[in-house]
Design a protein. Structure first.
Length: 252
């Protein structure tokens, strides 16, 4: 399989500096591997100088990500020692209380930690900082279902893209929101995103050598020379040390 096929996801993403990327998955098609792909890509780009990743982890401990990225040929510990990788362990994040101020305060504190970390980056590194959030669904749980405060937090994060040219990548489990109010939360997230990546099962059913389908919607932005949305769809197969992306019928 040639590199052009392998890099279908990177081609669909294009230049993502200063943009919000939403990865939306479901039980039948887990999209966590996309976060791993993006983290590795950030470290491998930026004119030979590795980018900087601020990773907000609500789903797994550091050892989980370190093990997976090492299999992909990326040493998180080495990047951390070089101050290229900052890990925020938010597994125990809780925003208790029945009053909105207390719940919102926990997210404000988290945002301030992210902002302080970005401010330590040297001026010449502007535009190569990527904030990764895994995942929004658990951020909602930490806020005891206060989706309004989660959206407020994400709007704060949006200012990082407009003012500091950072990228924000977030994973959300779309199928956990079944009620009408919850589905509106999903729509808010999709509206907020500049790039939407949907991981879905195959419409034809389960296949042994194909794990699902990705649909990448790269929204139009006249400032970036994109007059209209660009939509690409292709299949994926997650392997032990890599992920293959390919168009239907081209897998060998």
């Amino acid at each position: 399989m040639n590199n052009a096929v392998v890099n279908l996801l990177e081609e669909a993403l294009g230049a993502s500096n200063g943009r919000i990327i939403l990865v939306e998955d479901c039980v039948e098609a887990n999209g966590a591997f996309i976060l791993h792909h993006i983290v590795k890509h950030v470290f491998a780009t930026c004119n030979g100088e590795p980018g900087i990743v601020l990773f907000v982890a609500l789903a797994q401990p550091f050892s989980h990500y370190e093990r997976i990225l090492r299999k992909l040929g990326c040493n998180l510990i080495a990047h951390m020692e070089k101050k290229k990788f900052v890990f925020f362990d938010m597994l125990k994040l809780d925003c208790p209380g029945v009053d909105g101020g207390t719940q919102k305060g926990g997210l404000v504190h988290l945002y301030q930690k992210i902002e302080r970390a970005i401010q330590t980056v040297s001026p010449e590194s502007k535009g190569i900082v990527t904030v990764v959030i895994d995942d929004i669904s658990l951020l909602d749980v930490a806020c005891h279902g206060s989706t309004a405060h989660v959206l407020d937090f994400l709007h704060y994060c949006q200012t990082l893209t407009s003012e500091l040219d950072c990228s924000v990548v977030m994973l959300n489990h779309g199928d956990v929101y079944s009620s009408m109010a919850d589905s509106r939360f999903n729509l808010h997230l999709e509206h907020l995103a500049d790039i939407l990546i949907k991981a879905e099962p195959l419409s034809t059913g389960v296949a042994a050598d194909v794990h699902g389908q990705l649909t990448v919607i790269n929204k139009g932005n006249t400032e970036r020379g994109l007059a209209e949305n660009k939509i690409r769809s292709f299949h994926f197969r997650v392997k032990e040390n890599s992920v293959e992306y390919f168009f239907p019928g081209t897998l060998t």
